[in-house]
Write a protein that binds this ligand. Sequence first.
Ligand code: NAD
Length: 343
Amino acid sequence: MTVFQSTDFDGHEQVVYCGDERSGLRAIIAIHNTNLGPALGGCRMWPYGSEREALSDALRLSRGMTYKNALAGLDCGGGKAVIIGDPKSDKSEALLRAMGRAVDSLGGHYITAEDVGMTVQDMDVLRQVTPHARGVSRGCGNPSPATAFGVYNGIRAAIAYKLKRNGLDGMRIAVQGLGSVGGRLCDYLARDGARLAVADIDEPRVRRAVETHGAEAVPSAEIHGYDADVFAPCALGAILNDETIPRIKAPIVAGAANNQLAAPRHGAALTARGILYAPDYVINAGGVIDVAAEGPGYNADAVLTRAAGIHDTLLGIFQRADAEGLPTGAIADRMAEDRFLRE
Ligand code: NAD
């Protein structure tokens, strides 16, 4: 299979294969579109079963970053890097440095950051080799707090729009996944008086939410069907599918997880059931807003102010979706294209 034959190819500007014999690096950098600026997107390390799988992920994820960055109002295009390998056993300083050199060879056309299988410390190693690595410990570090703040603001927007309520006091919110983002999200929601139901396969994380926020613990397999005002997926992708959508009781789905819709048609399935869906790549853009701001003059407060703007972006999407009778995800895509295709 060639790049151009891949069903995930979407007019990508550049796809670069990167190898380094000595460290064992095998990676792919995909740059989807740079109309708005240099391509920005994370570097993922994953034990892909085949080169085809890795290519597919790089093509799909880089395209997603073009849309995400455009709607976040960033002057950045979309790109993504994938390293083929198990982060637990295949990662070494030599491999990370080789990845840094590969990123550097693109001269800033692609800017990398942390993603699944990578850490802030790994970004520090890449940064020793290239200035085009973001999310380092001396910079913005872990972007999860900004992501959580953006999701919190997105949930407020969805509640204001759908339930005509200002504020979260007494709102019942079911949070799936209590990791870096979901845990912090619970802190924000509880502070505003929301009543939480939570699920995680990691028992200590559930216990913390129960003890700290008086949350109700719900089995992981049942949280999407919990009788709540908002279902907030903050764990897995593809959680909105043929099996789960008929069982969702909440009138709103708004959470941090990437790729929540198992297929695009599930956006329409939610609309058909009268469920308001906050498109994942819009509501979870706080982290990339943070990473994009890293550099001289970085200001954490300004980042949070910008992440809070996700509230109004979502209101605009909800209004247009209702006016045009289309799923929110389709409207979000169109608004992103209006921005990056016009440039
Ligand atoms: P994380 O790994 O820190 O947390 C994920 C949590 O989900 C963990 O506590 C894990 O135990 C739990 N989990 C896994 N499977 C589960 C299941 N079946 N049921 C319930 N819980 C389960 O990840 P994170 O950084 O908090 O990210 C959460 C989601 O948000 C991911 O989809 C991620 O891609 C997305 N996201 C994160 C960021 C960010 O800044 N971290 C930015 C954008 C999108």
